[in-house]
Design a protein around this ligand. Structure first.
Ligand code: GDG
Length: 500
């Protein structure tokens, strides 16, 4: 299937955009180069966006424009701040954007991650809006747009922009080059218009986004929320039937494209990896036990404290599980210089200590094993395959790729996916054990019920989930976006009246 969906994506791009350069733009780069005492280390950042885009770029080729955030990033680039990737057999170019430290601070840590991120996730962390951050956001977006224009020169191009860090880039590009085809994908939820009304620069942000030809969200209701926000915030025409907003004579189509993973590729990684080999100590400590697993960036939207309380409730209510069930949480550190993230890291490690101190079991047993560090794909795949259940308890999440990775790694073997109803994934993965993570006791009861089902039933649920993830993989996602962009383009070419 992967081969088929991958080939179909390549065909789609070749047949519709032949001769046009493909440029992907994102804040985060697919690879980061870091200085170490021994030389330079290559790091693959933990991010759902890169998980999804790397296979798409490997299939399509082109240029990936991203912020050069690594300490050795510009030691390894050419005269135009670019590098061919991967070095042994290059398939695409990475162009690194230079941002001064104060610009990165205000744009990335400030406006993007203390402003927009909490604004769009309904997780009870209030957004912070500082005028200085907004000015840095404008400057950073201008730097990205300049690099994109430099990369494409006079050539025709398709530009595919990622996420909430770069909302002003589409308008900047449109003003410089009206002929560009621009698609934008917003990887996080778009909340309703009342929520968006607290954003002081709402009009400017929307005007920036509406420079795109096509804007994608994970879910239909995010599209609707976006169109309503446009309708109430800026001058223009919103056509709800066609899901299109027209402003300054330019039409932008808005569509749902639920994102996914390279399912078969993930399964291959899981089959190749060995839990016992990669985690010998953990394997010995968890041998013969029911293993529950959590895999996340350490972000407050992922509901990790709630998850720990679910495990605690399980062990509290069913003492017979002590010594027989253990929870492994891995967490990639993220956005560490933001106070809210530092507070979360402390809250999680304190809660782990508290839960472990509460329950006693046989010698060597621990309720929770907490590993707050980066883990590569092979390690994550090995953990997924070993785990009897994966706990995804996000308080709000655009999609959540971890849920899909667990399904792929199991490929129909018995398992339990405990999945928050507040993830985009819950709209597709209907055979999962769907819970409200705020209801800790209810979630614990559902988890136990699912673990106690016969193996055939747990395997059948995982098999159906796997069918869906395999059929709708990330190549299928990419193809749907490029096909829709092509339709928009043909429509634009065929029309006489602007805005049609
Ligand atoms: C945003 C939206 C949406 C985990 N630890 C490491 C690591 N990971 C990988 C996971 C997974 C990815 O990071 C996380 O993906 P998610 O989808 O859970 O979450 P976000 O990063 O918040 O992504 C989300 C996504 O965009 C795509 O649109 O699904 O809703 O919030 O692949 O396995 N990766 C590396 N090291 C780790 O230690 N390299």
């Amino acid at each position: 299937m992967t081969r088929q969906t991958r080939d179909r994506l390549i065909d789609q791009v070749r047949s519709t955009f032949a001769g046009r350069k493909i440029v992907v733009v994102s804040n985060r780069e697919p690879v980061v180069h870091e200085r170490t005492p021994g030389g330079v280390r290559v790091v693959h950042p933990a991010s759902g966006m890169t998980t999804a885009l790397v296979p798409v770029m490997q299939a399509c080729g082109g240029v990936w424009v991203a912020h050069g955030s690594g300490s050795a990033d510009f030691d390894v680039t050419d005269a135009r701040d670019g590098i061919a990737w991967p070095p042994e057999r290059p398939v695409f170019r990475v162009r690194r954007v230079r941002l001064e430290p104060e610009v990165e601070d205000g744009y990335y840590y400030g406006f993007s991650n203390e402003g927009i991120w909490p604004l769009c996730h309904l997780a009870y962390t209030a957004p912070l809006f500082r005028h200085s951050d907004w000015r840095m956001y404008e400057r950073a977006n201008a730097a990205f747009a300049a690099c994109v224009l430099d990369e494409i020169g006079d050539e025709p191009a398709v530009v595919f922009i990622q996420d909430y860090h770069l909302a002003l880039v589409p308008r900047m590009l449109r003003q410089a080059r009206a002929d560009l085809l621009i698609a934008y994908f917003w990887h996080i939820p778009w909340p309703n218009r009342e929520v968006m009304h607290v954003l002081p620069w709402r009009e400017a942000l929307l005007d920036g986004l509406l420079g795109s030809d096509l804007i994608g969200f994970h879910a239909q209701h995010h599209c609707h929320n976006f169109l309503e926000t446009v309708d109430r915030s800026v001058e223009g025409v919103v056509d709800y039937d066609q899901q299109r907003a027209t402003r300054r004579g330019h039409g932008t189509f808005v569509r749902p494209f639920p994102i996914s993973i390279d399912g078969l590729g993930y399964l291959e990684s899981a089959r190749r990896s060995s839990f016992e080999h990669l985690f010998p100590e953990l394997a010995a400590k968890t041998a013969g036990q029911t293993m529950l697993l959590g895999v996340d960036r350490l972000d407050y939207t992922k509901g990790i404290p709630h998850r720990l309380r679910i495990v605690e409730t399980l062990l509290e209510t069913y003492p017979e599980l002590r010594g027989k069930l253990t929870f492994v949480q891995i967490g990639a550190p993220t956005r560490g210089s933001i106070g809210r993230y530092a507070a979360l890291a402390k809250e999680i490690s304190d809660t782990v200590g508290e839960v472990n101190a509460r329950f006693e079991g046989p010698a060597g047993w621990r309720a929770v094993h907490y590993l707050p560090e980066h883990h590569d794909r092979e390690q994550r795949a090995a953990l997924y395959r070993r785990a009897d259940a994966c706990l995804v308890t996000s308080l709000h999440d655009g999609m959540n790729l971890v849920a899909k990775e667990y399904v792929a790694a199991h490929a129909g073997a018995p398992g339990t996916l405990l999945l928050s109803k507040f993830t985009g994934a819950s709209h597709e993965l209907l055979e999962a054990c769907l819970v409200n993570p705020y209801d800790v006791e209810g979630s614990a009861a559902m988890l136990l019920e699912s673990l106690r089902l016969p193996d055939e039933v747990r395997a059948e649920a995982m098999r159906r989930l796997w069918e869906r993830v395999r059929a709708h993989d990330v190549y299928d996602w990419g193809r749907a976006i490029f096909r829709a962009l092509n339709d928009v383009w043909r429509r634009r070419e065929a029309t006489v009246f602007p805005g049609n």
